[in-house]
Design a protein around this ligand. Structure first.
Ligand code: ZN
Length: 589
């Protein structure tokens, strides 16, 4: 899909069998800010004049239509930019969005202010639930025109960070790699190659150390200033509001992290120790952490088109809903999976609400991770597909800790199909590695979260203090971690490659909370309990129309904040590994 289609008009959008357009036919059109401004002016007038609940609800629908179109164009631009970060025309459009976002946010906040104070507001609560009014109230608390320039600068800095990572050309093993392709080596059975690849990666980060430090430093100060302007003590409460976390706070998260230290870190340390024994290395080094044993890692039996074919079979066997969903994705070309130079890193799922379709972005590099990431992003995309009919945009997108339940559970729900991707023997190894790595992830996720609480509580701390604190956190959450001669990482710099820390502050504990829920689905599936799929489907359909803890309850899951939930589920998973993984069968875990 190219930006040169802009304004080509006339030509009809081709539809797929299921009635949705194809990605290649979606037309990007620059949003005319003057026109949009006029539309918002009219809308504000209509809200003011709404004398009945019906009239106010009609104005609400109009507002949703304006936002849907804006979100669709912005989503298209994001996809085009991440597909080719070097495309100048797309970059121009991205900068256009960055420059105008605060303006749009200002208009939206004005709408929110009028609605929450409107004499007819109860009509909105009656039709769409009180949650919508709660969400609109939060919107007001997180924006003021006085932070417009800060928001613009924040977007620019995040883009600089993405560009910097995407620019990586790392010479290693006779070829030049981007970060995604280099990552193939982290699971190579040859220890020297693994070590060498980590050295090459570290070299890239070291070369740009100053940029990574300066970018983050500026982001932290900027966010702190925004918070102060809006009347918050620091960025932490503002971040929680921006994340729309309405039913828990930093105190709950702190208690949860302490539970992870108590119950998961000792288990993770035991898993790492056993891993070292299996690999025959002592100590287990940072570059050994990616491999479970001395054999070649489980690898998909074919290329991307093979993986897509297996995914289609997997989803069509799973349920009629998932089958139709993936067929639509394939028919419409709503994913881009292979890694390429200039493509942004990582994987994500976004959606184009005007068309009710999601888009999956991945960086396949020929490892087992390709399958896991595709299943993960498909979980997000499936939820977006299931809740595409919700007329309230805010309800199509759940808060992120809820959204990660959809994605991480899908990783587990597709377990029975892994033979398709890996063959019989490696499917077993894939499942074992997956579960083990998920357990090992819990402490890392908490380290990232505690790091950010420190950073934003102490905006005066500089790059040096931040790195020292990160190192301290690694000793607490990842006590086995040994970087050997990787002196840059040993100095506390690992977090600089974690793009959430720059781009989505405080988005990380979400994975840990969601995993505590996804593992409950995993357990119900293992125990052959009835009804787990129906529960999952239900929480996909309700999207973001409920808060996190309400969604958890709807899925008949236990709240991760309930003491003992985490320790119980982790114990179950460890017991499963001890009985199913012959590498760990000696009962050490
Ligand atoms: Zn996700």
């Amino acid at each position: 899909m190219g930006i040169d289609r802009k304004g080509s008009g006339g030509e009809k959008t081709r539809m797929t069998m299921s009635g949705t357009p194809k990605f290649a036919e979606l037309t990007y059109e620059r949003i005319d800010m003057a026109q949009l401004g006029a539309a918002y002016e009219r809308l504000l007038g209509e809200i003011d004049d709404a004398g009945t609940g019906e009239a106010l609800n009609a104005a609400l629908d109009q507002w949703m239509a304006l936002r849907s179109h804006f979100a669709t164009m912005k989503g298209l631009n994001r996809v085009l930019y991440t597909l080719d970060t070097r495309n100048e025309a797309v970059r121009r459009e991205k900068a256009y969005f960055e420059d105008h976002l605060p303006e749009v946010e200002d208009w939206n906040t004005q709408v929110c202010k009028r609605i929450v104070k409107h004499p007819q507001r109860e009509a909105i609560a009656a039709k769409h639930g009180r949650r919508l009014l709660d969400l609109l109230a939060v919107e007001i608390e997180t924006f003021s025109p006085r932070i417009a320039d800060h928001l613009r600068r924040e977007e620019h800095l995040v883009t600089e960070y993405t560009d910097l990572l995407a620019s990586a050309r790392i010479p290693f093993d006779g070829a030049v790699h981007n970060l995604s392709r280099l990552a193939r080596y982290y699971t190579n059975p040859d220890r020297n190659l693994r070590h060498g690849a980590q050295q090459a990666r570290e070299h890239f980060f070291l070369e740009h150390a100053e940029s990574f430090d300066t970018l983050y430093d500026e982001l932290v100060h900027l966010r702190h200033e925004m918070a102060r302007i809006l009347g918050y003590e620091n960025f932490i409460p503002l971040a929680y509001r921006r994340m729309r976390r309405l039913d828990y706070g930093p105190g709950d998260v702190e208690v949860f992290r302490a539970e992870v230290v108590r119950h998961v870190v000792p288990l993770a340390a035991a898993l790492r120790e056993r891993q070292g024994e299996i690999l025959g290395v002592d100590p287990l080094m940072f570059w050994d952490e990616g491999v479970g044993d001395t054999e070649p890692p489980p690898t998909p039996l074919g290329d991307t088109s093979f993986i897509v074919r297996q995914a289609a079979e997997t989803f069509s066997e799973m349920s009629p809903e998932t089958g139709a969903f993936f067929e639509m994705m394939t028919e419409g070309g709503f994913y881009d999976l292979d890694t390429r130079d200039g493509k942004a890193g990582g994987g994500y799922c976004t959606s184009f609400p005007d068309y009710g379709v999601p888009f999956i972005f991945c960086n396949f590099n020929g490892t087992a991770g390709d399958v896991r990431v595709l299943m993960h992003e498909s979980g997000h995309a499936f939820q977006k597909y299931c809740s595409r009919h919700l007329s309230i945009l805010d309800y199509q997108w759940p808060t992120s800790e809820a959204a990660e339940i959809h994605s991480m559970s899908m990783e587990f729900f597709t377990w029975p199909s892994m033979e398709r991707f890996f063959g019989e023997r490696d499917a077993i190894r894939y499942r074992n590695d997956h579960l083990r790595n998920r357990l090992l992830f819990l402490p890392y996720g908490c380290a990232v979260d505690e790091f950010q609480h420190f950073v934003y509580a102490h905006p005066e701390a500089g790059p040096k203090e931040r790195k020292a604190f990160w190192r301290q956190l690694e000793r607490k959450y990842l006590p086995w971690r040994d970087y050997g001669d990787l002196s840059f990482l040993a100095g506390g710099a690992l977090w600089q490659s974690q793009h959430h820390i720059y781009r989505y502050p405080f988005y990380y504990i979400d994975y840990v909370l969601a995993l505590t829920c996804a593992l409950q689905f995993w357990k119900r599936m293992q125990n052959g309990k009835e009804g787990y799929w129906e529960d999952y489907l239900r929480i996909c359909k309700i999207g973001g129309s409920r808060s996190f803890l309400e969604i958890v309850a709807e899925g008949r899951l236990e709240s991760p904040f309930r003491l003992d939930v985490l320790s119980e589920i982790v114990k179950e998973a460890a017991a499963w590994l001890a009985t199913h993984d012959d590498r760990f069968m000696n009962g050490r875990v």
